[in-house]
Design a protein around this ligand. Structure first.
Ligand code: ADP
Ligand code: MG
Length: 372
């Protein structure tokens, strides 16, 4: 017969997929009973009807069934009381070492704002796929859909569950839903048809600030932010609430689109973001015979990079499968990693990951030659 202690030790490996910590550490485990070869465990969740039950079931089975003397595992769920939720909130908040007036992320988290002069250039598609690519690189990654004019990130990543909100009586704490290891949050989760009014006037900045500071990201290496397009109030307010952010400006190859994108780059600098560089999206289409066709003009990315004095970080080809897969909630970098567009986005992620934030220093890349 397994002992209670053995069972609790084994349950340390059961991780709440959204909170990213062990159910033991988070004090979520209730009555453990052992009756011969039958073991029963109750886990207290933050919300009833949590969509992650299957994951818990699978993890608990995996942790307990290999134990000596355990043949059968019964998992039950309970819901936390308000006091327990408050305790959980306090425990989770303890992990954030620096609290800033804006976004609530750890000081070590890199905030990467994906901006554009106008909509329709593929900003959200790149943000979603870049985030997936960072996650594939082994980085703990979050993606924030902050484009208040059109939330698309959750859809593109196939997120159907809503975030869990844990209220400790004073402040809400919003826990982002996950897709695999990727944490996903959208301002759209918190809007209903009556709220657009909030995005105007003096309420705007406060509402954004509140939202950003209430989201519990946990420990992240990189947070990718899908910014609202253009240089309006919302983009500026958001920019101010993303301290230490770095910006990537997306443009299409068409020369005329460069003018509009320049303003987005200037806006990023005005809100104290470090402009990391420019990405040209829909740069070309590769035909089956290997020839390339420049469908949407040429030179826009280079011209923009020259104008804003930042590097051209990547040219991403056009591939209709990117949009089709996004509609099914599949980022192409995960669904078809060998596609040319996926490799281009993965290589963009690597380029970005190889740059370091350093005051006054441009892009710092490891030189391949100095490795001995
Ligand atoms: N590299 C690409 N290849 C093919 N289609 C793309 C590419 N990038 C974006 N798209 C498509 O272009 C449209 C606009 O993209 P989206 O990411 O929503 O732009 P934005 O966020 O800038 O408004 C979408 O239909 C998307 O599927
Ligand atoms: Mg978009």
């Amino acid at each position: 017969m397994a002992s209670r202690e053995e069972i609790l030790r084994a349950l340390e490996d059961v991780i709440d997929p959204e909170l990213g910590r062990s159910v033991i550490e988070l004090d979520m485990v209730r009555d453990v009973f052992v009756e011969g070869a039958r073991v029963g465990v109750t886990i207290a969740l933050t919300v009833p009807g949590c969509p992650l039950r299957a994951s818990f079931q699978e993890q608990v089975d995996r942790a307990l069934l290999p134990l000596d003397g355990v043949d059968e595992v019964e998992l039950a769920f309970d819901v936390m009381s308000p006091e327990e939720k408050a305790a959980l909130t306090a425990r989770l908040r303890g992990g954030v070492s620096e609290r800033t007036p804006g976004i609530s992320v750890d000081a070590g988290t890199r905030v990467l704002a994906v901006a554009s002069g106008k909509g329709g250039v593929g900003k959200s598609s790149l943000a979603a796929n870049l985030a997936a690519a960072f996650s594939e690189l082994g980085q703990r990654t979050g993606v924030l859909d902050a484009d208040v004019y059109g939330y698309s990130i959750p859809h593109m990543l196939g997120i159907h569950q809503r975030p869990v909100s844990v209220d400790d009586g004073e402040r809400a704490m919003i826990v982002p839903p996950v897709r695999g290891d990727l944490k996903v949050m959208s301002i759209g989760f918190f809007l209903d048809e009556n709220t657009p009014v909030m995005w105007r006037g003096p309420m705007l900045h406060r509402a954004l600030e509140q939202f950003l500071s209430d989201v519990h990201w946990g420990e992240l290496d990189t947070l990718v932010v899908d910014m609202p397009p253009g240089t309006g109030d919302v983009a500026i307010s958001l920019g101010q609430l993303l301290p230490r952010a770095e910006a990537i400006v997306v443009t299409t190859p068409h020369r005329a689109s460069q003018q509009v994108a320049v303003r987005a780059a200037q806006m990023a600098r005005k809100t104290n973001m470090r402009l990391l560089g420019v990405v040209e999206n829909m740069a070309y289409l590769t035909r089956e015979d290997g020839s390339r066709e420049e469908l949407f003009g040429a030179g826009g990315g280079e011209a923009l990079a020259a104008e804003v004095e930042a590097p051209l970080l990547g040219r991403i080809p056009f591939d209709p499968r990117l949009g089709a897969l996004a509609d099914e909630g599949e980022p192409i970098v995960l669904a078809e990693p060998e596609a040319e567009v996926s490799r281009a986005i993965a290589s963009l992620a690597e380029t970005v990951a190889a740059t370091r934030r350093e005051e006054g220093v441009g892009i710092v890349k490891p030189l391949p030659l100095v490795r001995s």
